[in-house]
Design a protein around this ligand. Sequence first.
Ligand code: GRF
Length: 211
Amino acid sequence: MPGKLKVGVLVSGGGTNLQAIIDHAKDGRLDAEVVVVISDVGDAFALERARSAGIPAAFINPRDYPDRNPFNRALIEKLREHEVELVALAGYLRITSDEFVDAFEGRIMNIHPSLIPSFCGKGMHGLRVHQAALDCGVKVTGCTVHFVTKEVDAGPIIIQRTAPVMDDDTAETLSARVLEQEHEAYSEAIQLFGQGRLRVEGRRVRVLTKA
Ligand code: GRF
């Protein structure tokens, strides 16, 4: 039997998506192991979550580097050190460098809290995404797990899950409903990747019934 998929997770915040991945890996729903968690924010609660689960947690401070290229090189090095096979961006707020995308080509995923291509792109993160959905008056929103390419939020879509928008929603209540879907979707996408069941054809991802 092949070993478990080694996943490295990049985070900037609270890390509920990270927690869901850790929990699913632990309860056997996900045949993967989170081998390292890296943050660009020193006091990100996600790092605490990693430490509590006994996972190596690293803070790489962007201020220690003159610009994003050497910073991204440090990330690459740390991920390679842990022999990461899949990089999962989970609430990671920086745009990865081209070199980073090349270093892990086809092996980087991101989760975004809307149904891409709506409410995404540069600067669209956190509650802003949900406020934009509310302002637009959509009745359904959701989340998207996609492969990361050099264009922000435009890589091949792996999984989307929906959530209804209620009349009395605020960005906060909508965010909470979408997060529940995110927690399922991310593990599902990672599992499919680990099983070799994702075939990328241009912008489309075909999910194979068998690897
Ligand atoms: C999630 O909504 C994710 O889609 C977005 O940032 C949020 C992170 O939440 N990219 P958490 O840190 O996983 O709780």
